[in-house]
Design a protein around this ligand. Structure first.
Ligand SMILES: Nc1nc2c(c(=O)[nH]1)N[C@H]1C(S)=C(S)[C@@H](COP(=O)(O)O)O[C@H]1N2
Ligand SMILES: [Mo]
Length: 190
């Protein structure tokens, strides 16, 4: 498994165990032999990737990013992963769809605007602080919702769907949290 990094390029990292486990159904146990990351366009299946295909077929990128949870805590972690945009380009989806909906093994969902994804280099991460993402932190993949409140990050990611549903609201968004979820704005909607 290797050793967890404590520092990267002079930046002090949080420990990956320094978070509050608050997932809607607790940590998920994902078996890689039947795991697939599936890509859809408005309900129509486009392509799926096995764990190794994601890791081996795309360029890997490292970034130190801070997660801010609405509960008031944060963690700064070195993430390593592939670019979401590379997966989307490879699966030949159309960026005419305004919304991208993300799904996970635990039934959690969230969404982002396609325009945001085209302007920001979001990662589908498979390592945290130099080690494979542990089960509790979202193994095998976490979508890193950089610049968004942590409920826009998605652990145990297994589905990405391009959609026309402009009013779509994910798990926390349908419970009153802002659908834009920008870090510099309030997370509750009036
Ligand atoms: N699949 C899934 N992803 C999820 C959640 C969840 O319940 N299920 N909770 C979100 C919330 S509210 C937070 S604060 C972060 C926590 O991420 P961490 O456990 O890696 O710190 O995961 C986000 N992604
Ligand atoms: Mo959160």
């Amino acid at each position: 498994m290797g050793k967890e990094l404590k520092e990267y390029n002079g930046i002090k990292l949080s420990s990956i165990s320094e978070f509050r486990e608050n997932s809607i159904k607790g940590p998920q146990d994902v078996n890689l032999s039947n795991y697939k990351l599936e890509i859809y366009e408005n309900g129509i299946f486009k392509k799926s990737y096995k764990y190794e295909e994601v890791i081996n077929n795309f360029e890997s990128v490292k970034k130190v990013i801070t997660l801010f949870c609405v509960e008031g805590w944060d963690t700064t972690i070195l993430y390593e992963g592939v670019k979401l945009i590379d997966i989307l380009n490879d699966s030949k989806v159309s960026f005419e769809y305004p919304i991208i909906i993300f799904g996970a093994i635990d039934g959690y969902t969230t969404s982002l605007e396609t325009s945001f994804i085209l302007k920001n280099e979001l990662l589908v991460a498979y390592k945290m602080n130099g080690i494979t993402i542990p089960k509790v932190n979202g193994f095998p993949f976490v979508l890193i919702g950089e610049n968004k409140w942590a409920y826009k990050w998605i652990k145990w990611l297994n589905k990405i769907e391009l959609s026309n549903e402009k009013d779509y609201r994910g798990y926390w968004e349908s419970r009153g949290y802002s659908n834009l979820a920008n870090l510099n704005e309030p997370f509750f909607e009036r």
